[in-house]
Design a protein around this ligand. Structure first.
Ligand code: FAD
Ligand code: SF4
Length: 399
């Protein structure tokens, strides 16, 4: 008799602590903690980059490379700046992600939401869950600024018999999820993504906090913001700001995970809806609706939001070109000069979508060089065409 069980049921999750198929490039997305490891060679974002193919699967087409907004921000129908009329206390920004997830659940669109809470002992240690109540979604608010194995709950999804699911996640998690989507036995998968860049392991996070913040142990939240400063929020409610240009780049060079140094999916190309901040004015969030499913999700929260059109101001190119050798040489400015530079750049620097392009350009050029130097054999297949086109605008060092 032949078995009708899916092929992956025979596979076994990798043992905790053992080397993953992507080796040091593994972003700990969680896929290999499940029997879906069966598909890893095809699904892993760091083994098999397949963004255009998965864009066609998810949005019906891949991005138009000659349309500048699509080249940078991926397939989309609509972009806007938005903020919650009543922000959620303790959310990363105003809590649009948590709000949409709660509406999806309470209005019966889905039976569960993949999101990431923290462990009881450590506010920055990620603990992925399938939330089934608004309270469980709220308990996952705020970024866990560390690699998070969100897909480690995939076996539970199949075993629970759930048919309608919302997954929240960053680009590498979503790429692997899209690649195995058809194997999950779902009727409908909704994907709510955030942009993501420069993530770290839990140990790397500690080093970053210790080299950058005045009080590492009381940080509850931080973000690299559009005013060219890192904003740390502390337990007592106080805010500390450190200019980007004053970061100890020589000490921090190795802090980012190798996966993130080779990532070109900053804008989460495969989510139905993306909620970040970098294309919006300071204090606002930035929303990218990629397809009709994304629109359906956003509509549920629209009446709780204030919105405005996206804007763009300034010219990023020179600043990006100058950032390339500065990063390479690990330049750190004295704090007074860094503050001054921060103030000047904030006044005359890129704003709105141009700020987002500044951030994408500086990360893609850096990551292209990193990939070329450390994984030359991967360069051609791993770097998507859109990223090559973006990087080609700049002069990079030969080696
Ligand atoms: P909240 O309502 O507070 O909800 C946050 C959601 O994020 C929760 O549902 C939680 O499940 C999920 N989450 C938390 N940590 C992780 C994690 N490690 N992996 C996957 N999911 C997680 N936006 C930009 O515009 N530019 C950036 O450079 C940028 N970098 C980011 C880096 C990281 C590591 C992360 C997680 C997010 C980043 N974002 C970035 C997105 C941005 O910081 C906010 O998360 C987003 O705007 C949503 O804010 P919110 O208040 O609506 O979210
Ligand atoms: Fe497996 Fe994910 Fe690591 Fe790739 S990134 S090796 S899919 S856990």
């Amino acid at each position: 008799m032949t078995s009708t069980a899916p092929k992956h049921h025979k596979a076994r999750a990798i043992k905790p602590g053992s080397v993953r198929p992507a080796k040091e490039l593994c972003s700990e997305c969680g896929l290999c903690d499940t029997y879906y490891i069966h598909y890893v060679k095809e699904a892993c974002a760091f083994i098999n980059q397949q963004i255009p193919e998965l864009e066609i699967q998810s949005h019906g087409r891949d991005r138009q490379l000659d349309n500048e907004d699509e080249l940078y921000f991926g397939v989309h129908q609509e972009m806007m700046a938005a903020r919650k009329l009543e922000p959620i206390e303790g959310a990363q920004w105003t809590g649009i992600v948590s709000t949409i997830a709660i509406e999806m659940l309470t209005q019966g669109k889905v039976e569960g939401v993949v999101c990431v809470q923290n462990t009881p002992e450590d506010r920055f240690q990620p603990m992925p869950v399938i939330a089934r109540t608004p309270e469980e979604i709220l308990a996952a608010r705020v970024n866990k600024p560390t690699l998070s194995p969100n897909l480690s709950i995939l076996e539970q999804v199949e075993q629970s018999g759930m048919k309608r699911l919302l997954a929240i996640g960053v680009g590498c998690q979503i790429q692997a999820l899209r690649a195995v989507e058809k194997e999950l036995g779902l009727e409908k998968l909704y994907v709510l993504g955030t942009p993501c860049v420069d993530n770290v392991t839990r140990a790397g996070l500690q080093k970053f906090l210790e080299t950058t913040s005045r009080s590492p142990e009381t940080v509850v939240h931080y973000e690299f913001m559009q005013d060219f400063r890192v904003h740390f929020k502390h337990e007592d409610g106080s805010t500390e700001t450190v200019p980007f240009f004053g970061l100890k780049t020589n000490q921090l060079k190795d802090v980012f995970a190798p996966s993130c140094m080779t990532c070109f999916d900053y804008v989460n190309s495969l989510a139905d809806l993306v909620v970040g901040y970098m294309g919006a004015p300071f204090g606002w969030q930035w929303i990218v609706v990629r397809n009709d499913t994304g629109k359906e999700m956003l509509d549920l929260a629209m009446e709780q939001l204030e919105t405005q059109p996206v804007m763009s101001k300034g010219d990023r190119r020179q600043a990006v070109q100058q950032s390339i050798p500065a990063y390479d040489q690990g330049v750190t400015l004295p704090m007074w000069a860094a503050k001054l530079m921060g103030v000047v750049i904030e006044k005359i620097g890129p704003k709105g979508l141009e700020y987002a392009r500044f951030s994408i350009d500086s990360h893609f050029t850096r990551n292209y060089l990193y990939t070329k130097r450390n994984y030359p054999q991967k360069l051609e297949q791993h770097v998507p065409e859109f990223a090559k086109k973006i990087v080609d605008q700049y002069q990079l060092p030969e080696n």
